[in-house]
Design a protein around this ligand. Structure first.
Ligand code: ARG
Length: 474
């Protein structure tokens, strides 16, 4: 097969080399971005007088046809043409003949591939923010209906102090809010236009890079041609941000798996989001959160893989960098799938308020409150802590809880305890007493809900303001 770069060669490429070095089997995903980028490039070449307007019009029409044919699967993408960039050019030559050879004027695949990846990734990032917001909304719905639902809060997976389920859900809302903000911040760095960097040192043609950037709605130009073609930190940043999202999803997944167990019985995931066992008829397995937890491994792997690939690479482009795509695609698809399931799964999750309440009623998670009560009676906190430790030990030996003790029994440990202790130690009072900014008391959770709703409104208008710019519809 004749190569676009074949002039300098006297032999055909070894078949195995051809297959080994090709990226078409995965970078075909970039076809649409590649073609849109080429159209903007050709348009600019014409307005700078490098091509005639008529030539540009023919090339653009040809590119439209190629786009349509690739989209409909009407053409074969060929390993012999190595990657999507050369495949598109070959297909264009079938449409319009030798004029297709003018498309690549003033451009290299090195700046072309950087452009395509940025176009791809900025769309992914906007869509991912939207999906994260949908998940936040589902968590908020659960929070709003569970402001009064009390469950144990844990440290070391030991019952620690009661919180409301709303408070617990809001913790995740804020984690995902930071994830949203990280993605939004990264968008600025993704949305820089590399074309015009050529292979590494720009071009001798009097091109207008700003025109291409404007046409493709980039925020600015990559400022150094070597950096423009060497930089993949925007990919690493994406893989890092998505690793963080996966970590958050994985922690939530783990809690959902635990809470679904008979031992906890705090929640029930909807049947539509669970699967059964081929052998044990009684089983209802939380496969979705388990798999999301499991897929965190590949998302982290993609990050470490990319960091390692780029380590020690000299400037500028090296073929190693072709390895930048599969991990990025895989992570984008993995997260897209997880987030699409998580929002409706959280939304439809049944909360077993009674089981949660039973868990707080039958434990010692109000022990801190007994200590705080004594502090209120002027007992130094350290002394109060020791006294309550003794009370708890007494209860454990007796097989009861703090609220089961009579006033006389309390008095064996401290005279400062009075009748009002029984009200002070109920789970509801214990939660309400934590009326500190960011705390689980009802009005504090309401404040959190309000603040998160404001953030969500802002995120949605960010998504709306960019969606039309990043969606490439030819
Ligand atoms: N397929 C290549 C990649 O994805 C495109 C850039 C190739 N450039 C080159 N000089 N061989 O990295």
């Amino acid at each position: 097969m004749t190569k676009l770069w074949g002039g300098r060669f006297t032999k055909a490429t070894n078949q195995l080399v051809e297959e080994y070095t090709a990226s078409i089997n995965f970078d075909r995903k970039l076809a649409r971005y590649d073609i849109i980028g080429s159209m903007a490039h050709v348009d600019m070449l014409a307005s700078c007088g490098i091509l005639t307007h008529q030539e540009a019009a023919i090339i653009i029409e040809g590119l439209n046809k190629v786009d349509y044919k690739i989209e409909c699967g009407k053409v074969e993408l060929d390993v012999g043409h190595e990657d999507i960039h050369m495949n598109v050019e070959q297909l264009l030559s079938k449409e319009i003949g030798p004029l297709s050879g003018k498309l690549h004027t003033g451009r290299s695949r090195n700046d072309q591939v950087a452009l395509d990846m940025r176009l791809y990734l900025r769309e992914v990032v906007v869509d991912m923010v939207e999906q994260l917001v949908q998940l936040q909304q589902a968590l908020l719905t659960q929070a709003k209906t569970n402001v009064d639902t009390i469950l144990p809060g844990y440290t070391h997976l030991q019952r620690a102090q009661p919180v409301s389920f709303a408070h617990h859900m809001m913790a995740y809302v804020f984690m995902f809010q930071r994830d949203v903000e990280r993605l939004q911040d990264s968008f600025k760095r993704i949305n820089q236009m590399p074309l015009g960097a050529g292979a590494l040192a720009g071009t001798t043609f009097p091109i207008d890079r700003q025109q291409v950037a404007d046409k493709l709605q980039f925020d600015g130009l990559c400022e150094n041609s070597l950096d423009a073609v060497s930089d993949r930190d925007f990919v690493i940043e994406f893989l890092s941000n998505t690793s963080m999202i996966s970590m958050h999803l994985s922690r939530l997944s783990e809690e959902l798996v635990q809470w679904s167990s008979t031992e906890f019985d705090f929640i029930e995931l909807d049947d539509a989001f669970c699967t059964g066992s081929s052998m044990m008829p009684q089983k209802k397995n939380p496969d979705v959160p388990e798999l999301v937890r499991g897929k965190t491994g590949r998302v982290y792997g993609n990050l470490i893989g990319m960091l390692t690939t780029l380590k020690s690479l000299p400037l500028a482009y090296n073929k190693d960098m072709q390895e930048d795509k599969e991990g990025m695609f895989d992570t984008a698809e993995t997260l897209k799938g997880a987030l699409a399931l998580f929002a409706p799964m959280i939304e439809t999750m049944q909360v077993n308020k009674e089981a949660m309440y039973k868990a707080v009623a039958e434990d010692y998670s109000n022990a801190t409150d007994l200590a705080d009560y004594l502090v209120g009676k002027n007992v130094p906190f350290r002394e109060a802590h020791a006294v309550v430790g003794q009370v708890v030990l007494h209860c454990i030996n007796k097989g009861c809880y703090l609220l089961d003790l009579s006033l006389e029994e309390f008095h064996q440990f401290s005279d400062a305890i009075e009748e009002d202790i029984y009200e002070a130690l109920t789970p509801a009072s214990v939660v309400e007493a934590r009326n500190v900014a960011g705390g689980p008391a009802k009005n504090r959770v309401q404040e959190q809900i309000l603040s998160a709703e404001q953030s969500i409104t802002a995120s949605l208008s960010w998504v709306q303001s960019l969606q039309s710019a990043v969606k490439l519809d030819g």
